[in-house]
Design a protein around this ligand. Structure first.
Ligand SMILES: Cc1ncc(COP(=O)(O)O)c(C=O)c1O
Length: 354
């Protein structure tokens, strides 16, 4: 009997294979399956399987953290604020004098195409964090430094919801590390630079206090700036407060929260705040692309507010869900294991109903 399979656009007829033919067919089939199961990465103009996306050891990004990046996420497999993230990437490129060789529209188009090519790998409750990374490129082994073309990579990470799911119900514990946020006089905080050592050391300090702790970094004057990967908000007398722009990354989530709060009629003010202000705040929360809004439980062991999330944080989460058309808390909790997941769902439903 002859059976036809459609593979890579070619019809392969089943008949008695010779040993060599069978081996070749096997390789082709394995290659095809790998292509379907493996995420693709955009690297310098081509879409290649993740395992084959290689960057030189002479790359400035590897040797000096000489690069910039941005991260957009999908909600329900749809990109969110991609243009705003890509614009921020281009502002970081301008600041660092890196010529990426792509127009902003081309970068956006490549990001969307990559999403299209990888989307079939997402489970129903999954979403991607889409990284756009540009380094200054490969150092010539001889000759002029800082010449050559940039390395441009875009890749999709499946969001690890388990990492932050519990925070929606239990709240995050923050700790002020001794490492201060690099002041903008030394390196512009608004630029998203691949060298994250400042934030990484702060994270180690916090995790050594408790593996579940997140660092809340102070600026050089002792005012709160941001965490390793989130902007920070506190609620004082019903007003949402957040550190001034000068010492923080201009977060896209931060900006979106301010506009949601405006629509809800809640005032947002920027100012200088110290841990003292947070200890007596009614609520506090973090804001970042993947988890969106993270309720905070304590700072340096001092409990904040009466419930998790506080009433204003809860209103913001509900408005956020409407905006992105995904229930972010249910999505994250659905990634926890059986009994724990059911327990957290119950607590969350109770909190929503209260
Ligand atoms: C240092 C820092 N601050 C704030 C943020 C939040 O920015 P966004 O809301 O654009 O993700 C991030 C995001 O990774 C970050 O790395």
């Amino acid at each position: 009997m002859i059976k036809a399979h459609h593979l890579t656009g070619i019809f392969i007829f089943r008949y008695r294979f010779s040993h060599t033919e069978a081996h070749r067919f096997n390789l082709l089939f394995q290659e095809e399956t790998k292509m379907m199961d493996e995420k693709l990465v955009y690297l310098n103009g081509s879409f290649v399987p993740e395992s084959e996306a290689k960057v030189s050891v002479l790359d400035y990004g590897f040797n000096a953290g000489d690069g910039v990046y941005d991260v957009t996420r999908t909600f329900g497999h749809r990109p969110f604020k991609l243009r705003e993230h890509t614009q921020r990437l281009y502002r970081s490129l301008t600041y660092t004098r890196i010529e990426c060789g792509l127009l902003i529209d081309e970068m956006e188009k490549a990001t969307l195409e990559l999403l299209d090519r990888n989307k079939h790998l997402l489970g129903e409750n999954d979403d991607f964090a889409m990284w756009q990374v540009v380094s200054r490129g490969v150092r010539p082994s001889s000759g002029k430094r800082l010449s050559g073309s940039a390395t441009v990579a875009i890749y999709c990470l499946t969001i690890n919801f388990r990492e932050f799911a519990r925070y929606y119900v239990e709240g995050a514990m923050l700790v002020v590390p001794s490492t201060r946020r690099i002041p903008p006089q030394c390196l512009e905080s608004k630029a998203k630079i691949t060298n994250k050592m400042n934030h990484i050391i702060a994270t180690f300090e916090a995790k050594q206090v408790d593996p579940n702790c997140i660092p809340l970094m102070l600026d050089i004057d002792g005012n709160i700036s941001e965490s390793n990967a989130h902007n920070f908000f506190l609620v004082l007398n019903g007003t949402i407060c957040t550190p001034i722009k000068k010492n923080v990354l201009g977060g896209i989530t931060r900006e979106t929260i301010s506009s949601i709060a405006g629509e809800l009629g809640i005032e947002v003010v920027e100012g200088e705040f110290t841990p003292y202000d947070v200890y007596s705040a009614e609520e506090a929360f973090l804001a970042s692309t993947s988890p969106s809004i993270v309720p905070v439980k304590s700072l340096n062991g001092v409990g904040i507010g009466k419930e998790i999330p506080g009433p204003i944080t809860l209103r913001l989460i509900e408005a956020w869900n409407k905006l992105v058309k995904v229930d972010i808390v249910r999505q994250a909790l659905s990634h926890l294991d059986g009994q724990e997941r059911e327990q957290f769902f119950k607590v969350w439903e109770k909190r929503q109903a209260a």
